[in-house]
Design a protein around this ligand. Structure first.
Ligand code: IMP
Length: 199
């Protein structure tokens, strides 16, 4: 049976996507498992363009059906920023996740709270022949001014989940993978994957 390629080099996303796909009946591989090194420029004007571009590039390079996600954090008080630019949101060269969280809090510090926000994920599933289908998920909450928790990645320690009173970094992997934007997007992508793999 054909395998699904998880088309991302982001270690946090790889871990979550592996966990989300296990039990689906679909066998999957990561780029490093097939020695595929590919860096796709994310120059699209929306999540779909970026996710689609990544999924198609990985599918064509590997010959495997490929799943890519493009995601971001949208903060209402910043007009939806950092959004599409969440992974690059810091003026520092070689910035890490912590630098991006600090930069976000710096930009929010004079704005009235609550700092309502949501995470968005768009998943693209592409075939080597170039056809592509999409699914989406959102997760709502607010940004808080201090870091809490050590799980997850990215903005998780400063993202308080709506109705839960815990940050995304205070969830264990099972909880995050039931509630997150990426979890919901993968759930919504399941019918597409099952159809493509004939399950
Ligand atoms: P991209 O999809 O590669 O453009 O990266 C999206 C960026 O959004 C990540 O590098 C993180 O900074 C942020 N992000 C996306 N999903 C999550 C999440 O589940 N938790 C925390 N940050 C996230």
């Amino acid at each position: 049976m054909n395998k699904l390629l998880i088309a991302t080099n982001n270690k946090g996303k790889v871990k979550e996507l592996q966990d989300l796909l296990k039990g689906s009946g679909i066998q999957f591989v990561t780029p490093s498992q097939i020695n595929l090194e590919l860096d796709v420029e994310e120059d699209g004007v929306n999540y779909e363009e970026n996710a689609g571009k990544k999924a198609i590039a990985f599918a064509q390079a590997s010959g495997l059906i490929s799943l890519a996600d493009d995601s971001g954090l949208e903060v209402a008080a910043l007009g939806g920023a950092p959004g599409l630019y969440s992974a690059r949101y810091s003026p520092k060269p070689r910035a890490q996740d912590k630098d991006r969280r600090d930069f976000l809090l710096e930009n929010l510090k004079d704005k009235p709270r609550p700092w309502n926000a949501h995470f968005h994920a768009t998943i693209a599933v592409a075939t080597p022949a170039g056809s592509v289908e999409f699914a989406e998920g959102n997760c709502f909450g607010e940004i808080i001014p201090e870091e809490r928790g050590s799980g997850g990645f990215g903005y998780d320690p400063i993202f308080l989940m709506e109705g839960l009173g815990r940050t995304m970094a205070e969830l264990d992997m099972d909880e995050k993978n039931r509630l997150s934007h990426r979890a919901l997007a993968v759930m919504n992508a399941m019918p597409i994957l099952k159809k493509m793999f004939g399950l």
